[in-house]
Write a new protein. Structure first.
Length: 460
């Protein structure tokens, strides 16, 4: 008689929430909450300093030199000087000046303490002089780096996984209100990091806590100082008409146009970046001259202020939408083209983030197309933002939320159109971009701890 087979003992599946129930994770939440206060205050100070530098460079300095206003040629020498400062920083200080914006919004790890001064200085020189980049990437790096440095000072033996969670919390706090909502900033970081499953939950909870506290600190400091919260916001949103077949057709058109435009911008920026890195200092000065000259050409050809081309475009979105009736189609097309060219040059050499200029280029293009039959102004504005953001960032969910939450209640009306334009733009962009560059590689550590990478060599 044959022996009956013995069944193998069954093992219970691992509990995915076991780590979150531990005392160590509770302490991690306390640390994230505590760090949210000074890091968000430091981020607020960084944004306030950028604003003051821009005002000093373009308002106070020309008047101090005897000009009655800011000459239209003023950005040319100013951005050349900024290019010299950024080039020297990238060439000689540790950390390579921080994240290279032409590579997209990628997380490559929290910078070390020795790299933080170079990242801060390169970003201040770029943004303060009017380079066409946003503050989000430097804030993400500085927030994560400061958080890790603080924790390692208090506890030198902290594990790499805990250090990565702390870095994420610092980044969440630093951009807590920059995009208009702590939740939107958190979503941007999560989608850019490519986290999922248990690791997503482990990082998300401390990050959201730090972001919520950071938003309170931003609001309090904005009220106390009278400077505001430096948050992306629209105050004059026209009524959006109900969606129809014609507008869905425009969603396809805008998605296709943004995919080709965004791919062109990124390819040109990467082409220029490879040449800038061969002679970092000289080439960065040259790119500064290009940005200044493009702004000068826009001002002279349209009779409008060069500031329309300069800066990230974050603060210019509201007046662009509310005053769109005062722009001709030709002026809007020149604005979008000049902003895109200055964006390319800035991406290739200066230091900052790629989000806000992409939003502005898309918004200007969408408003220009809204002069044609069948496309509502608010719908064109929103679809342009979403489609161009996904073409530049490769983050479809974040792009939809950026374009719709920004519009308040009108965003619900245009959301189906934005989704169509974003999907079209995303799919076509991935077909146009080589597979090796279509999606950023997954980070080795979650929203990472560690170094930003080795410095790029190059001759001055």
């Amino acid at each position: 008689m044959s022996a009956k087979p013995v069944a193998a003992p069954t093992t219970a599946p691992p509990d995915p929430f076991r780590l979150i129930r531990t005392r160590a994770y509770a302490m991690l939440l306390v640390v994230a909450a505590i760090l949210g206060v000074p890091i968000s205050a430091a981020a607020f100070g960084f944004l306030a300093l950028v604003h003051e530098l821009q005002s000093l460079a373009y308002n106070d300095l020309p008047r101090a030199l005897g000009f009655t206003g800011t000459p239209s040629w003023w950005p040319v020498p100013l951005l050349a000087v900024a290019g010299l400062l950024v080039g020297l920083t990238v060439r000689h200080l540790p950390g390579n000046g921080g994240h290279r914006p032409a590579d997209g919004l990628m997380k490559t790890g929290a910078p070390s303490a020795v790299e933080l001064p170079g990242i801060a200085f390169a970003a201040l020189a770029s943004l303060g002089a009017g380079a066409v980049l946003g503050p989000e990437a430097p804030l993400i790096a500085l927030g994560g780096g400061l958080a890790v440095c603080a924790v390692r000072l208090a506890k030198p033996g902290i594990s790499p996984k805990a250090s990565a969670v702390v870095a994420a919390a610092g980044s969440f706090a630093a951009i807590s209100t920059l995009l208009g909502s702590p939740l939107l900033g958190a979503f941007l970081l999560m989608e850019a990091s490519g986290l999922a499953g248990m690791m997503l939950g482990m990082v998300l909870v401390p990050g959201l806590l730090a972001a919520g506290i950071g938003a309170l600190i931003f609001t309090g400091l904005g009220s106390w100082t009278g400077l505001g919260t430096y948050s992306l916001a629209l105050h004059h949103v026209p009524h959006a008409e109900e969606t129809d077949i014609a507008q869905f057709g425009w969603a396809v058109v805008l998605g296709l146009a943004a995919a080709f435009a965004g791919t062109g911008i990124q390819r040109l920026a990467l082409f220029l970046q490879a040449r800038v890195e061969r002679r970092t200092v000289v080439a960065t000065v040259a790119m500064g001259l290009v940005v200044g000259l493009v702004a000068f050409v826009y001002a002279e050809s349209t009779g409008r202020d060069a500031s329309g081309v300069l800066y990230s475009g974050e603060n210019a979105l509201d007046p662009l939408l509310s005053e769109s009736a005062g722009y001709s189609v030709a002026t809007l097309l020149v604005l979008a083209l000049c902003k895109a060219l200055a964006y390319c040059a800035s991406l290739s050499s200066f230091r900052g983030g790629p989000v806000f200029p992409a939003m502005f280029v898309g918004a200007a293009g969408g408003i220009a197309l809204s002069h044609l039959p069948g496309l509502n102004l608010t719908s064109g504005f929103a679809m342009g933002i979403g489609a161009m953001c996904v073409a530049m960032l490769k983050l479809p969910m974040t792009s939809v939320l950026l374009a719709t939450l920004l519009l308040g209640s009108e965003g619900l009306t245009v959301m189906p159109l934005v989704i169509v334009s974003v999907v079209i733009s995303y799919v076509v962009t991935l077909r146009l971009v080589p597979s090796s560059a279509a999606v950023p590689p997954a980070p080795d550590t979650p929203t990472g701890a560690g170094s930003t990478g080795s410095r790029t060599t190059g001759s001055p």
